[in-house]
Design a protein around this ligand. Sequence first.
Ligand code: ZN
Length: 96
Amino acid sequence: VALGFSLHGVLRMLRPGAYLYWCPGCAAAHSFDVHGISRDGHVVGWDGDVHRPSVGQPLVFPGCEHELNAGRIRYEAGCRHALAGKTVDMVPFPEP
Ligand SMILES: [Zn+2]
C-alpha cells in the first residue's frame, strides 16, 4: 500500500513536513518529520532534496537506526536486520 504523495524521488510526502522513505533493511516505510525533535534535542533537518536526501540527525526506529546522507542509508551496527552496519542507496518505493 503506497502512502502519501509521490515526490518523484525516493521520498513520499505524508503531510506537509512529514516524509516517507523505503527502508530496505526493514522492508517497510519509515518517516521523518522536519518539525520533530530528535532524542538528543536537535530539530530534525532535511536538505530539501527528494532524489538524494540528507537528514541532519540519526533516525531511530525499533530495531533500526540509521542516517540518511545524500541518498544513502547508513545503518548502525545494532540494527536487527540483515543490513546492520551496511550503507546502501535509497530506493524508490516498491510498486504496489
Ligand atoms: Zn528500517
